[in-house]
Design a protein around this ligand. Structure first.
Ligand SMILES: [Zn+2]
Length: 154
């Protein structure tokens, strides 16, 4: 192998194979082949191989890399958007479930308060305390949900 050959422009490997009869330089690491393959002279094959490590190749690589990065960013922002929409739907469903739970709870509490009001004649003090407690718990549950929803909307 000639000492004049530069490393592979694609992978940087020095593990190169030469076939001077075919005018070929090939990277044994990534299989890249020099542009002058098929030419008959060793010097033109070397010149072709070495010419591939110039700035134009690096510029091409930089362009491709920039395009890839842009595609990656586009993909990432699309993925973020999908995530955001899914989260919105999920939050909406969670709110609906929570609202449904509150409605059920209010219905039960209302029934319980109606029962307690019937007992009011017999045990006035205990019933007033119980009704107060029940109403306070409904109010707290409602305030918590309303505050959380307001925060999520913000
Ligand atoms: Zn290579």
């Amino acid at each position: 192998m000639s000492e004049q050959l530069k490393p592979c422009p694609w992978c940087g490997s020095n593990y190169l194979h030469t076939e001077w009869g075919l005018g070929e330089v090939r990277c044994k690491t990534c299989n890249a082949i020099g542009p002058n393959a098929g030419q008959r002279t060793q010097s033109s094959a070397i010149a072709g191989w070495n010419a591939r490590t110039d700035d134009s190749l690096r510029a091409q690589l930089a362009t491709v890399t920039a395009e890839r990065d842009k595609l990656q960013r586009d993909f990432d922002s699309a993925a973020d958007e999908v995530q955001r929409v899914l989260k919105e739907k999920h939050d909406a469903l969670a709110q609906r479930d929570e609202a449904r739970g509150l409605v059920n709870r209010f219905a039960k509490s209302r029934a319980r308060i109606a029962q307690m009001q019937c007992s009011l004649m017999t045990y006035p003090i205990e019933m007033i305390d119980e009704i107060d407690t029940e109403e306070r718990s409904i109010h707290e549950a409602l305030s918590e949900s309303a505050a959380r929803w307001a925060k999520e909307q913000a």
